[in-house]
Design a protein around this ligand. Structure first.
Ligand code: GDP
Ligand code: GDP
Length: 489
């Protein structure tokens, strides 16, 4: 949801107050059975993990993501189990390449696990080589897991450490995901690195970073089409694909969940996130609605833009526009910081019905009511079956993505701030906080920090006012804009 964070100037950074969306991402990597899952579980404790890409063969495994808690540290942790096959076989199939790229690009730090008991294996060296090749800039810490079993006083731990140096990532940390031994050392190694990242993130906005449009065009737009079974997701995707050049189609012979669809729209590469679950299933095979939520939730983690499809006929027949699980998905998308578009499908069924107009009126209203924190979520009415609305949907996707990637220069923002502060009716002039400057610290989605001088902080209502004004003045409908404050003295 909206502003929660207050970063004060006196370090240390309070990670527990940082918006989850801004937290650094730490990737767990290593060959199978070194204990990545065990460490992942220890780091997220009972917190919820989001699992995506769950094929039913043994070629790849899940990618899990969760919020790690290590004393006062918080960070996003990614368990990269799915990358193993690729790294170890050495043959980049292209099948997971997009995902890999995505995972590496999102990570600020890698924790490279090896098994302290086994000593260095050829596969560990492969993983190291692979990391260096694909992410030469990624700061990597080697963890010798299962170290509790080596505490034999015979120097085997020291020997293992010496061996681990051969990986070329510096001194390893010995720990045990199982017993928790070594977690203090891990904390001490992580803290300065994660803090540096946060400080850099906050300061980045102070420089005039101009958007690199090239880069935006180069990276595929990751699109998820989500919704309950039978609302017409497959039909909609098929109408979109009919007209476009499909670069990579469903791959035969692999698991059905590893289908990957990539196509071009107006010169931009669009990568469909996890369509397989509903694309290949026949109607009879479709599971209960709750299944589709799970499917949708895991898709959200990878998507830039989420299209939530609703069924117009269901809306006309029911009193409520959105069913509970649809509201859950929409809120989730916004909380995860994704751009959201609502598509009302099957409008053809209402063509001669009295409900036609009321549906068109009711849906945007209800969307606004159930997701008050994001104003102006686009709602598109289509008939996928008749192939109508394809362009409207795709144009909206491109538009939303552009806004999601928006970077506003600090100078422009401060000119804007000057005007907007005059608009708010502050209780009295003394109660008006002094915002020294206002800056965007992050895009995708746009995240801003108000640097406030003196003792007076911005009240929640004032942060909301700034958020709302930004959305209105820069036309950021459907985008979860975030505004935080930082006190400067
Ligand atoms: P992954 O394939 O890298 O995710 O590895 P897992 O987390 O599934 O662990 C593989 C095996 O190693 C499991 O049987 C774990 O119980 C075991 N394991 C994980 N961490 C430790 C540890 O710190 N000490 C010991 N002795 N075993 C561990
Ligand atoms: P999914 O489960 O969300 O992927 O839904 P499907 O695309 O499989 O569609 C479910 C059913 O709705 C199929 O029988 C489709 O033919 C039908 N359907 C999809 N879109 C439309 C539409 O725009 N109008 C009508 N009348 N039916 C549609």
């Amino acid at each position: 949801s909206d502003p929660k964070v207050q970063l004060t100037c006196d370090n240390p950074i309070e990670f527990s107050k940082v918006d989850a969306n801004m937290l650094p991402t730490v990737l767990l990597i290593g060959r199978p059975n070194v204990g990545k899952s065990a460490l992942f579980n220890r780091l997220i404790r009972r917190r919820e993990a989001l699992v995506y890409n769950t094929p039913n063969d043994h070629v790849t495994r899940d990618i899990r993501e969760g919020i790690a808690k290590l004393s006062d540290l918080r960070f996003r942790v990614l368990d990269s189990a799915g990358l193993e096959a690729e790294a170890s076989s050495g043959s980049v199939l292209g099948r997971t390449a997009g995902m890999t790229e995505n995972v590496l690009k999102r990570s600020q730090l890698a924790l490279f696990l090896i098994d302290a008991r086994d000593g260095l294996q050829p596969m560990d060296l492969d993983v190291g080589k692979w990391l260096r090749k694909n992410a030469p800039e990624l700061k990597t810490i080697v963890l010798m897991n299962k170290a509790e079993s080596l505490d034999d006083g015979l120097g085997s731990l020291a020997a293992a450490s010496g061996e681990a140096l051969r990986l070329g990532f510096g001194d390893p940390i010995a720990l045990s995901a199982e017993t928790g031994q070594g977690m203090v050392e891990l904390y001490e190694a992580l803290r300065p690195l994660l803090e540096d990242y946060m400080v850099q993130l906050l300061n980045e906005g102070n420089q005039e970073t101009s958007p690199s449009e090239d880069e935006e065009l180069k990276t595929p737009l990751q699109l998820a089409i989500v919704g309950r079974p039978n609302v017409g997701k497959s039909t909609l995707l098929n109408t979109i694909l009919q007209e476009e050049r499909v670069l990579v189609g469903p791959e035969a012979g692999l698991t059905r969940d590893s289908v990957r669809v990539e196509f071009k729209y107006h010169g931009r590469t669009i990568y469909m996130v996890d369509t397989a679950g509903w694309l290949q299933r026949t109607n009879q095979e479709k599971g209960p609605a709750s299944l589709s939520i799970m499917q949708s939730r895991k898709n959200l983690m990878r998507a830039h833009v989420v299209v939530l499809v609703l069924d117009a006929e269901e809306i006309a027949n029911a009193r409520r526009t959105m069913k509970h699980d649809e509201v859950v998905i929409a809120r989730r998308a916004v909380e995860e910081g994704r751009g959201l578009i609502v598509v009302v499908n099957k409008m053809d069924l209402l063509r001669n019905s009295r409900s036609y107009d009321s549906v068109i009126k009711a849906v945007p209203q209800e969307v606004q009511t159930v997701i008050p924190q994001v104003t102006g979520i686009p709602v598109v009415f289509v008939s996928a079956l008749e192939g109508k609305g394809r362009i409207a949907v795709m144009d909206q996707v491109i538009d939303t993505y552009g806004k999601w990637c928006l970077r506003l220069p600090t100078a422009r923002l401060n000119r804007w701030l000057g005007k907007v502060m005059g608009r708010h009716s502050w209780k009295d002039s003394a109660s008006q906080p002094k915002i020294k400057y206002f800056t965007q610290v992050k895009a995708r989605p746009p995240t801003f920090v108000a640097f406030v001088s003196g003792k007076k902080q911005l009240a929640d209502s004032e942060l909301r006012f700034l958020t709302r004004s930004l959305k209105e003045d820069f036309d950021l409908g459907g985008i979860p804009v975030r505004v935080m404050q930082r006190i400067v003295v």
